[in-house]
Design a protein around this ligand. Structure first.
Ligand SMILES: Cc1cc2nc3c(=O)[nH]c(=O)nc-3n(C[C@H](O)[C@H](O)[C@H](O)COP(=O)(O)OP(=O)(O)OC[C@H]3O[C@@H](n4cnc5c(N)ncnc54)[C@H](O)[C@@H]3O)c2cc1C
Length: 443
């Protein structure tokens, strides 16, 4: 147990997200399931609300008091190559799973950044690089090991607790501490992937977006792609090649034949002068280079909308409002959904809004910017999508737990029927509300 005076306290309470602070009364770094049970029992007896964290990529907001259970030492990764299943501990990162699966010709349904925690990513749905080919990470989960508020150890499967198994896969934060899960792997060793970039000052971003959305209409499920608009500030901390640039990039991962992948990309190459082309066949172990996201901790705020479709005029206006003239740097990323992402798995789960065609994400750096100012900016931008918005994705809501409109934002994470089912699960497995800080279950 660590308190604020212990030297290890700062290390345990700081994570990838540096924009929001967690100041628990005590930290419990856990290295075994028995220690998780012990920590929960102590919290219950001492009346301490409990938060859980692995890497801190998804810190929902500031928090004060209570107990923080830090799972990063529970980082077991075991592969069963015959069953094509990985057992993943609560503290493991995707990079560990990718490396362990690769020698068997297998890959997990990981996302853009290998540093993200595999378990909480999957519990939140998990929209990955291979999404249109294989669906959400949550669709492949076979079992979840959970310690409940009562200290009970459950191995949750479709047969043992079907309703909890539904909820844990897609809305799984806040029912207890997940210590490990077992999930299916897919037979992927290489992808045709990378990015095709354009200069957003030279080629009209709205026209690029229109070309990309039109292009997505005829694609096979094997092609997953994201459109990104990145207005880099003229800041000395950035590499000279990026400073002051406005880059539009289409990033893809194609699981079919690479030659066919190159052929599919041809119409996009014709839209304007390509400033950078990193498309090639890469081993899945190098999949982190497709998005090349920063791996050093920083401060960020993000929100999103899952939309039925994207009106070209609304898309162009959204890019204009988030472009280089926006107040503070805002990255816009639009991911093509559909394919396997649009199909319920054989055992349905809580991943919402499968009818969505795109996920529109806004991400802002918080260097010297107040989250309230970013929120106010988003309140002008996101209503552009309202006519076709279905709701929000839990995994891509960063730091939005507090501030104006947080209840409305939380409600948009799941539809009314699913919210009722999730509230029922919370009442059953955490009747006193011991676990806090999960937007979709609080309140
Ligand atoms: C750079 C970056 C890239 C990302 N890329 C993707 C992507 O491609 N696809 C995608 O779907 N998401 C993506 N995400 C979102 C990410 O999946 C979520 O933020 C996820 O919750 C992060 O998990 P973590 O363990 O790394 O973070 P943490 O902040 O440690 O955990 C996030 C939350 O999960 C809950 N939680 C953590 N551990 C447990 C546990 N053991 N039991 C129960 N609840 C727990 C807690 O509520 C905690 O607040 C990305 C995030 C970042 C910052």
């Amino acid at each position: 147990m660590l308190g604020a005076r212990d030297s290890a306290y700062a290390r345990e309470t700081s994570g990838f997200q540096t924009g929001f602070t967690q100041r628990p009364e005590q930290v419990r770094p856990v290295a075994s399931v028995a220690e998780v049970v012990g920590a929960i029992t102590h919290a219950r007896e001492a009346g301490l609300p409990v938060r859980v964290r692995a890497t801190g990529h998804g810190t929902p907001g500031n928090s004060e008091g209570g107990m923080l259970i830090s799972t990063r030492r529970l980082d077991e990764v075991r592969i069963d190559p015959h069953a094509r299943v990985a057992r993943i501990g609560a503290g493991a990162r995707w990079s560990q799973v990718i490396e362990a699966a690769a020698p068997h010709g297998l890959a997990p349904l990981s996302g853009s950044s290998p540093g993200v925690g595999a378990v909480s990513y999957t519990l939140g749905g998990g929209l990955g690089l291979l999404g249109r080919s294989w669906g959400y990470a949550a669709d492949h989960v076979r079992s979840v090991d959970l310690v409940t508020a009562g200290g009970e150890r459950l191995r949750v499967t479709a047969d043992s607790e079907p309703e909890l198994f539904w909820g844990l896969r897609g809305a799984g934060h806040g029912f207890g501490v997940v210590t490990a899960l077992e999930t299916g792997l897919v037979p992927v060793t290489h992808v045709y992937g990378g990015g095709l970039s354009f200069d957003g000052r030279e080629t009209d971003p709205g026209a690029l977006l229109r070309a990309w959305t039109g292009w997505t209409a005829g694609l096979p499920d094997a092609m997953s792609s994201t459109f990104a608009a990145l207005p880099f500030p003229d800041a000395p901390m950035l590499p000279p090649a990026l400073r002051g640039r406005y880059t539009i990039t289409v990033r893809v991962a194609y699981t079919g034949d690479p030659e066919e992948g190159a052929r599919l990309m041809a119409p996009l190459r014709a839209v304007g002068p390509v400033t950078e082309d990193t498309l090639r066949t890469i081993p899945y172990t190098g999949s982190g280079h497709i998005h090349d996201e920063p791996d050093t901790p920083h401060a960020y705020y993000g929100d999103n909308a899952v939309v039925r479709d994207l009106d070209p005029a609304a898309g162009a206006e959204l890019l204009a409002l988030t472009g280089p003239d926006a107040p503070g740097m805002t990255i816009t990323q639009i991911t093509h959904l559909g394919g396997a992402l649009g199909r319920e798995p054989a055992v349905p789960n809580a991943v919402p809004y499968r009818e969505g065609r795109f996920l529109v994400r806004l991400l802002s750096m918080l260097q010297g910017t107040d989250p309230a100012a970013v929120r106010a900016h988003y309140a002008r931008v996101l209503p552009l999508l309202a006519p076709s918005a279905l709701g929000r994705s839990l995994n891509f809501a960063f730091g939005d737990a507090d501030g104006d409109g947080h209840e409305e934002r939380a409600r948009a994470l799941y539809g009314a029927h699913a919210r009722g089912r999730l509230a029922g699960l919370k009442k059953t497995y955490d009747p006193t509300g011991l676990f806090v800080g999960s937007r979709h279950l609080d309140g």
